[in-house]
Design a protein around this ligand. Structure first.
Ligand code: GLN
Length: 523
């Protein structure tokens, strides 16, 4: 093993290190928690640290190593969960005052599967309130900072999940994606983020936003890591009737290459207004690389994709309005104590428990579902949804995957986008995939020529052919020599853009956990 801190180890390297006796899972947990202790004071990705649970999981893995048992897929891998995922005995705040005191009485299937697969659960991650947002600024518990530039947002709503990986605080994290909330923060933080096809991962125990759109997926530094995480969490769960059985080994065909593969490109996306030139040039370079790898680029049209945003901001708020009605201060949630009547208790509790963006979505959903309005908006939005789904189905008769930008721009500064509708445009390239239900992944393809910040491309696949996405991703990834850890947090230890250079890096990791660090260069 080269000299590398735990932060830069991949899932496969962790496994190998455990099997070779280079370190124990207990040491991995100790090291990961120490790194969080150091780094999260700046990044603020974590809302809760679950050290006892991490050590318990580590002990189970170490016992398996000693017994010579076959190690499960994520053995010893430091993992963490978006704070809309229930994990028995931990808080599940959804980034909201409404659930500040809520302690989960059960565990979400995706969380249980990641832990059963040997992951070391480090804690719960910050997010936009109830997953409404694209910057993590709507969290009631403070901003998460982008590890690439602490003055900038990490994206959202799974901002904590992306930032934790980019800062080397966890190897795999889970997030949820309703309109782009895995892919956009992955792009902003320079890591890989995967939104599987709707139905691939159980949402049981994940607090619902838009039930026909929500999907859980992993973040990681590499495509191979994300494939392993998918192996751990996907598959049928009797507790979620939308989840589907499938037998795919997502790691199996990563090195098959893409020679002869037909990959769709959507010229209209690069011509859309508001797309920054560095995004266009990074995407075009990715196209060149795909061709160099032997793929055949095919121009395709998604004629109804430009209506996806409108359909989403009808369907999403309607479903959110319905899902959030359960937070009534009686069964769940913040209770305003000095209300005189029951109705006043509902009103006061919801008015004080929810933040402005949650209230905006609830009001919008309530209006859109009212009689007379419903017919004019909700029904047409569902028709648009069918048209978009058909657009993708038609396109996938001609190509095996589609590659587009993830976001029209790189990470922005805190407070820079104050207008909610301008914020909604962050998801102009990701939303149609949730509307259609397909899988999509954000893959880092270098740094913007103007901003110097990470930029990702989105790789989309036919429904339930998510392995196509991984195959294209693994091939394209090989064209880029990018350290997925943000510079200030990488083994090279060089911090860009800040003066307050902390003592991160390899020396720190070796101080904290000499066992995870040996001679050699950075990854
Ligand atoms: N940014 C989008 C929204 O605010 C998507 C959020 C998500 O995927 N959870 O609705």
């Amino acid at each position: 093993m080269t000299r590398s801190s735990l932060s830069s180890l991949t899932v496969a390297q962790i496994r190998q290190g455990l099997l070779n006796g280079e370190f124990s899972a207990h040491e991995l947990a100790q090291c990961a928690l120490a790194i969080i202790d150091q780094r999260d004071t700046q990044v603020h990705a974590f809302l809760e640290i679950t050290d006892t649970l991490a050590y318990q999981a580590a002990d189970r893995v170490d016992a398996m190593v000693v017994a010579g048992d076959q190690l499960p897929i994520l053995a010893g891998v430091p993992i963490a969960f978006k704070d809309n995922m229930n994990q028995l005995g931990t808080h599940t705040t959804c980034g909201s005052r409404m659930l500040e005191q809520y302690v989960a009485p059960f565990t979400a299937t995706c969380v249980a599967r990641a832990i059963e697969a040997g992951g070391l659960p480090l804690g719960k991650l910050n997010m936009d309130e109830f997953a409404f947002g694209s910057s993590t600024e709507t969290s009631a518990f403070g901003f998460t900072r982008n590890p690439w530039d602490l003055q900038r947002v990490p994206g959202g709503s799974s901002g904590g999940s992306a930032a934790a990986v980019a800062a080397g605080m966890a190897t795999i994290t889970l997030g949820s994606d309703t309109g782009g909330s895995i892919r956009q923060p992955a792009s902003f933080c320079g890591v890989v983020g995967f939104k599987p096809t709707y139905g691939m991962v159980s949402r049981y125990g994940v607090v619902a936003f838009g039930s026909s759109l929500d999907q859980v997926g992993p973040f990681g530094k590499t495509v191979a890591d994300v494939a392993e995480a998918l192996n751990a969490i996907t598959g049928r769960d009797p507790q979620d009737c939308t989840s589907q059985e499938h037998q795919t080994d997502f790691s199996a065909n990563l090195d098959q290459g893409i020679k002869g593969m037909r990959i769709g490109i959507v010229p209209a996306f690069l011509e859309a207004s508001g797309v920054e030139s560095e995004i266009i040039s990074a995407t075009k370079k990715a196209y060149e690389n795909l061709e160099r790898l032997g793929a055949k680029l095919v121009e395709i049209e998604l004629p109804n994709a430009n209506a996806a945003m409108s359909a989403y901001y009808v369907i999403g708020p309607c479903e959110a309005f319905s899902n959030l009605s359960r937070f009534d201060s009686i069964r769940y949630g913040y209770c305003h104590s000095d209300a005189a009547t029951l109705v006043e208790q509902y009103e006061q509790s919801r008015a004080h428990g929810f933040g402005p963006e949650a209230i905006r979505r609830i009001m919008l959903g309530s209006y859109l579902l009212s009689s007379g309005v419903y017919e004019r908006y909700y029904y047409p939005a569902q028709q648009v949804r069918t048209l978009i789904t058909e657009d993708y189905a038609r396109a996938f008769e001609r190509v095996e995957s589609i590659v587009t930008p993830v976001s029209p721009r790189a990470a922005f500064k805190f407070g820079e986008i104050a207008d909610p509708t301008a914020m909604y445009l962050s998801d102009m390239f990701t939303i149609s995939i949730n509307i259609a239900g397909n899988g999509g992944m954000s893959l880092p393809v270098g740094l913007g020529e103007t901003s110097g910040l990470p930029i990702g491309v989105q790789i989309i696949g036919p429904q339930f052919k998510d392995e196509n996405i991984l195959r294209v991703g693994a091939a394209l990834e090989s064209c880029y020599d990018i350290d997925r850890l943000a510079p200030g947090f990488s083994a090279a230890g060089q911090r860009r853009g800040y003066s307050d250079s902390p003592r991160f890096a390899a020396e720190l990791a070796s101080d904290l956990c000499p066992a995870a660090s040996t001679e050699g260069g950075a990854r």
